[in-house]
Write a new protein. Sequence first.
Length: 225
Amino acid sequence: MTRVLVVDDEPQIVRALSINLRARHYDVDAAPDGATALHQATRHRPDLIVLDLGLPDMEGTEVIRGLRGWTTVPIIVLSGRVGSTDKVDALDAGADDYVTKPFGVDELLARIRAVTRRVQPPGETPSIVTIGPYAIDLADRTVIGSGTEVRLSPTEWQLLEHLLRHPGKLLSQQALLHDVWGPQYSTETNYLRQYMARLRRKLEPDPSHPRHLITEPGMGYRFRP
């Protein structure tokens, strides 16, 4: 069943969309702001996102850019902004389509069907990734090594998953802070150092000389398979 994440701070719109989508056999999650949307997208892996631009905590284009850092999930913008500049900005940020409010449910459903037909769902990263002696199951969020399970906190999982879904790619400190903690934490580089140290202690055979969770000084971090 297709899972749709609806991101809007207007409860009546969320309710109407949820009723109509569920009646057509979609699973529906909802988020009232950008930070919640980024968190839910990472945790629940929607097949499609319907996103308002005017969110209370950040611009919708920021949410799109945050998502596009790690996923190709289709994004349909649903907004009351009708100016061409807003549409271009949203599409340039990575949106797949743009529907203006007020909207017809049948039109939105047709757009959803069209986008899901032409955009391949995300599946670039294998479900199970190996780091040294550990097998990391991204779907079940489990880490098994030598027959025992390694426990990770939710934040450790989010950070690790961002790295594992971009093997070999350098992820900037700002991008990781934005996507894992939120845009208000973009300068808190000490958070990254602390959590990367925790992950290395749990997963690297020699945490002082990591082979897989690599720091690129002054730039960011990289997962090396």
